[in-house]
Write a protein of this length. Sequence first.
Length: 72
Amino acid sequence: MVSEEQLETYRQSGETVRVERDEMEINDVLGIVVAWDETSVLVRKRSRRVVKLSRTYRYVPISEERMSSPSV
């Protein structure tokens, strides 16, 4: 779960984050952290739509490499 401090850092900087929801890169959400509570995070996408996502997903800066899935 992403920490309060990390979310606050992303919100204050306005940095675009990648939300990795599963192993498939196509399912990632890119946007800016707007707000959060105990279980969810609001992320504003480039289209200005706001989506509510679980805090259990992986939140990383867009500049960071995507976590590669293990080979089978």
